[in-house]
Design a protein around this ligand. Structure first.
Ligand SMILES: Nc1ncnc2c1ncn2[C@@H]1O[C@H](COP(=O)(O)OP(=O)(O)OP(=O)(O)O)[C@@H](O)[C@H]1O
Ligand SMILES: [Mg+2]
Length: 291
């Protein structure tokens, strides 16, 4: 169901359908990092559900998530997630752990004189960030607290929160720079494909693009890439075309291809998460934490 296998090894995932009727397939493991952009209600969480829903059935895939909208986006997948970070502090910690995992795997490859992680070396990892803008924002609790009790302590707390934002974005950029060779793939969803939300270093590492309806040429350029606003007009996806997006930058998608994500309803998510919960990997197994 959506997983493509060759000699019993997973090689790809069907996540939607192209408008020419062919399936929209992305390779797995070893998928490029993805930027998933589009206005609210355009179907970003639908696309990520299409990917997670298929990968959930693969015992050799670990899924971790960051959802700073209080878990409304990824919470339903929790039974099949190794970690779900739903507070800024937890997100920073998870990013640090994923970064360490990437470094650890890279060191193993270096020691073995190899360039690529294989399924036999350990599970593929998907890190889903929904919504990226929340990761780049100050912790609202800190701001609310500071407004209630202004003073030196509040100022220090805001400074620290600001530093944490830098830390999170820095870790995410570092993960995307290194992770692909070690089968750790990052999917970042955002409603705001803008330079301040997707900084240029991060953007250049998120080479796969899935762009639903966006508004304005700048958003097309951030969502799909420089110069693409001349090819794809911002209003070429109607408000009513939920789940429709241009896919670009994954093998077979050298030019933007219009596709629609396979719809996974809320009930289907709950059923899929419950049915695959037994395939979940424990945190300690994945992150090699010290006891
Ligand atoms: N592939 C699809 N086919 C048909 N309908 C879809 C599809 N994907 C999403 N939808 C419909 O569009 C609605 C909004 O989709 P979704 O929640 O994925 O948007 P979003 O881009 O994540 O919005 P937000 O930025 O607010 O999180 C869904 O509730 C669903 O009804
Ligand atoms: Mg969403």
């Amino acid at each position: 169901m959506g997983l493509l296998t060759r000699r019993r090894t997973v090689v790809g995932v069907v996540i939607g359908r192209r408008f020419d009727g062919r399936p929209c397939i992305v390779p797995w493991p070893g998928l490029v990092h993805l930027l998933l952009a589009g206005v609210t209600g355009s179907g970003k969480s639908g696309w990520s559900a299409a990917l997670i829903g298929v990968l959930a059935a693969d015992a050799n895939t670990v899924i971790v998530g960051i959802d700073l909208k209080g878990g409304v986006e990824l919470g339903p997948w929790e039974p099949r997630l190794t970690v779900l970070a739903s507070s800024p502090g937890d997100a920073t910690r998870l990013l640090a752990r994923v970064y360490e995992l990437v470094e650890y795997r890279a060191a193993i490859l270096r020691a073995a004189g190899r360039r690529h992680w294989t399924p036999a070396d350990g599970p593929a990892v998907l890190l889903v960030v929904d919504e990226l803008a929340e990761l780049a924002a100050l912790d609202n609790h800190v701001i609310a607290q500071a407004l209630r009790n202004p003073g030196k302590e509040a100022t220090a707390a805001i400074k620290q929160a600001r530093e944490e934002v830098g830390l999170r974005l820095g870790l995410l950029a570092s993960i995307t720079r290194l992770a692909r060779f070690v089968n750790v793939t990052v999917l970042c969803a955002t409603q705001y494909p803008l330079a301040q939300v997707v900084p240029s270093e991060l953007r250049s590492n998120l080479t796969g693009r899935i762009a639903g309806r966006v508004t304005g040429r700048e958003q097309v350029e951030v969502a799909l890439g420089h110069g693409l606003a001349d090819v794809v007009s911002p209003d070429s996806i109607a408000v009513s075309e939920r789940g429709v997006a241009y896919v670009l930058g994954v093998p077979g998608y050298e030019l933007p291809v219009r596709c629609r994500a396979d719809l996974v309803t809320d009930d289907a998510i709950a059923a899929r998460a419950a049915a695959t919960a037994h395939l979940n990997h424990s945190e300690h197994e994945v992150f090699c934490d010290e006891a």
